[in-house]
Design a binder for this molecule. Sequence first.
Ligand code: PAF
Length: 300
Amino acid sequence: MMTFTNIRTLREQLKETRFTAATKGKQIKIALVPTMGFLHEGHASLLRKARAENDLVVLSIFVNPIQFGPNEDFERYPRDPEKDLALAEREGVDFVFLPSVEEMYPQPTRTGIKVADLTDVLCGASRPGHFDGVTTVVGKLLHIVQPDRAYFGQKDAQQVAVIAQMVLDLNFDVEIVPCPIVREADGLALSSRNVYLSAEERQAALVLSRSLLAAQAKADTVANVTAGEVLAELRDSIGAEPLAVIDYVEIAEFPGLAPVAGGDRIDVSERRSDVLIAVAVKFGNTRLIDNVILTKKVND
Ligand code: PAF
């Protein structure tokens, strides 16, 4: 495993690796797994899939300052590069890219990427500018690495939708591979921010997966159930947890993110797109997100 902090050196090594393979008559497939580090089993699942599907796996670890708002947790975001490198080594990563903020954003930086509309709803409504920071950094990483595939977790379902739109609009030659949410045995979706939770808050946070799974079961099994009915139950269930402060509870088309009207039936077999049921809820100072996606079955 090789580590790089410098963009030029990483590019040169990638070029040489592609060239060496080409001289042997092989066109290698390169995967990029972009992360902010403090890696957990969710990231490991992305790395495993990337490893299984490609010849070379590049992991980037960069806590991206421009996707954090002024009162958010950029400074205290958990970091543990040594542990991350050990996990990367175990998962068979080839190249790790660990740039500094100065390397990624030489001053002055005046260019960014903004995806319209999809970034105004859900997390974009509560975190203005967040997705501009995400698309700008992911755009830069895609440009630097030029991977064939890039892997993202579905816990950030809106992020997946926004990045897929950016790739489409700007003709990035890369396949975006969404990967399922990984949960603890008790249902809590894995997140680097889970370390902020006290024992009491962590217990309270289980209400998210419990309520979302109940919503999914209702949508799957109750004939003619409407989005409004599912939403009301979800809001009641999360609202009944004293430590939970709801930021949003929404039902939207996926990946288009247009809200599903309350009176509309939620049954995906009758819709053109999948349906996202997404929540963002604060427990103390920690804002957690979680979701389920109702997908169309092959025969629908
Ligand atoms: O999902 C994340 O960890 C970040 O938003 C990403 C995609 C690495 C961009 O900084």
